[in-house]
Design a binder for this molecule. Structure first.
Ligand SMILES: [Zn+2]
Length: 237
């Protein structure tokens, strides 16, 4: 026949296991949410990257068009220069050509720089796609795993609750009332093993008298934290 304080030990273990399983069940959706958020972040990163690339290409196209227009203008000015009727007209056209040649050179540099940037950026595309794919895979892997795990946990909890009900029947009716009140308030934290002569919840030593009483199967509470105490098997006495 199990003593009442030995039942407390079983009850404590059951409550701890129940709390652990419930916490794991509760954690799952939070962990899934975190992975979904990460996927969204990677989707945004890829989309921003692609938009940036499109923007660079647009700028480059627009500058290339400007260059063509400028080249046509220069060709036209060259023709005019050949048929200039006066020195003044010649100088004016020459001045225009010089200014446009300068603008053309600047534009060519800008276009070259843009080409290099587009080339460099394009090389990063695979990495952005890979990171998104990995995030998606991790999200679905974890979700699938948790679906399975949560089914298991629900079964585990059902079994633990049945065991708990059976173990609670071992308690005499008076301590049972106390036990229920404490468990409702503090869950598994309402009980503590006496380990090395101290309460294992708050580590405050129990009195010699309490030790004797616990050994004679009396229900004792930690004077410091109020935990319902039970004897530690390993301590023997
Ligand atoms: Zn305590």
């Amino acid at each position: 026949m199990t003593s009442a304080t030995e039942s407390l030990k079983d009850l404590h273990h059951l409550h701890l296991q129940i709390e652990e399983s419930r916490a794991e069940l509760k954690r799952g959706p939070i962990q899934i949410q975190a992975r979904e958020n990460f996927v969204k972040k990677k989707e945004i990163a890829l989309s921003e990257f692609l938009n940036n690339l499109i923007q660079l290409k647009k700028t480059s196209d627009s500058k290339s068009l400007d260059l063509k227009t400028l080249e046509a203008k220069l060709e036209n000015l060259g023709g005019k220069l050949n048929v200039a009727s006066s020195n003044r007209e010649f100088d004016t056209i020459k001045g225009q050509i010089d200014a446009d040649e300068m603008a053309k050179s600047v534009l060519e540099d800008e276009i070259l720089e843009l080409f290099e940037r587009i080339d460099e950026e394009s090389g990063k595309k695979a990495q952005f796609e890979q990171e998104l794919e990995s995030a998606r895979q991790e999200d679905s892997r974890f979700s699938e795993q948790f679906t399975q795990r949560s089914a298991d946990l629900k079964q585990i909890l059902e079994d633990l609750n049945l065991k708990l009900q059976a173990s609670e029947k071992m308690l005499p009716s008076e301590p049972l009332v106390l036990y229920r009140r404490l468990v409702n308030q503090k869950g598994a934290k309402s009980m503590a093993k006496v380990s090395g002569g101290a309460c294992s919840n708050c580590f405050v030593s129990i009195t010699a008298q309490q030790k004797i009483l616990i050994n004679t199967d009396s229900f004792e509470f930690c004077t410091s934290c109020g935990s319902l105490l039970y004897k530690d098997d390993d301590q023997g006495e």
